[in-house]
Design a protein around this ligand. Structure first.
Ligand code: NAG
Ligand code: NAG
Ligand code: MG
Length: 256
């Protein structure tokens, strides 16, 4: 008697379970309905991680499937938010620095995609996906209308308040000095200690070497380089590096 009850229960349970199992199996086995765009997003997010950390090393162009991703990143909230995060960490470090009172506490800033944003130019040139055209970029520089990257402007002013001397170290060349200074003032940067550009003797060196040499000169003058901000690893690495280096985002181009 007890065993036939068990049989009956077993039968009922199986009747209940099997169809749902079959059903759920058939759901699980359905081909995933992933859109191409989602695959691209995941891939491009990992690509961006790799280039920003310098794991990717030298890279020459945005993968074609990531151009829309880069456009989204640069024109949406993420670029501004990531830049603000970098600026915030820079400032919390700077607040902990003991300022000497001898005027030798220095902070080094790169200019393009660090203090100034060339996004208006790159928006018209495929967000870096087009081959770099020096002539049209130089025309853009001469306009001296690049806006400030808001988070960097805030950091710049706060560092000055704290007593840092600001050095601007750019890969732009000496003949662009006036246009660059004009643009910086237009974007509300002022009272920098020195604007360092590539002179004739700095031609033909990599950005890493050129910038390291300039930082080295500053150290020989007695400056203590506490912090350095740049959107390229070549702004930050090499020798005579700052005590802390702060990498700003830039998924549009790479400079060795
Ligand atoms: C940066 O700091 C400001 C002011 O403290 C804060 O409002 C903002 O949320 C911070 N942003 C990020 C991305 O950390
Ligand atoms: C830059 O400006 C200064 C004066 O402000 C001028 O003497 C000089 O010729 C200018 N240089 C260039 C390359 O335009
Ligand atoms: Mg730069």
């Amino acid at each position: 008697m007890a065993s036939s009850v068990h049989h009956l229960l077993f039968l009922i349970i199986n009747l209940l379970i099997i169809p749902t199992t079959l059903l759920s199996q058939s759901i699980i086995q359905m081909p995933p309905k992933r859109h191409r765009i989602t695959d691209d997003n995941l891939y491009c997010d990992s690509w961006r991680f790799s280039i920003e950390t310098n794991d990717a090393g030298t890279w020459t162009s945005i993968p074609s499937r990531c151009v829309a991703f880069v456009q989204d990143y640069m024109t949406g909230d993420r670029y501004l938010s990531d830049s603000a995060a970098v600026s915030n960490y820079s400032l919390s470090f700077a607040r902990g620095v003991q300022i000497g009172g001898d005027g030798k506490d220095a902070w080094v800033f790169d200019i393009d995609e660090t203090l100034l944003s060339n996004l208006p130019y790159y928006e018209a040139h495929g967000f870096g996906s087009e081959t770099f055209d020096e002539a049209s970029f130089d025309e853009w520089v001469d306009l001296a209308k690049a806006p400030a990257l808001p988070a960097s402007l805030k950091l710049y002013k706060e560092l000055q308040q704290l007593g840092f001397k600001i050095f601007l170290l750019t890969g732009r060349s000496e003949h662009q000095r006036n246009a660059t200074a004009k643009n910086l003032l237009y974007a509300r940067y002022n009272n920098w200690e020195r604007l360092l550009l590539r002179g004739p003797s700095d031609q033909g060196t990599t950005a890493t070497v050129y910038k390291s040499e300039k930082r080295s000169d500053l150290i020989n003058e007695g400056y203590r380089i506490h912090g350095s901000s740049g959107d390229q690893w070549s702004d930050l690495l090499g020798f005579a590096v700052a005590q802390r280096s702060f990498k700003l985002p830039n998924p549009m181009y790479y400079i060795a």
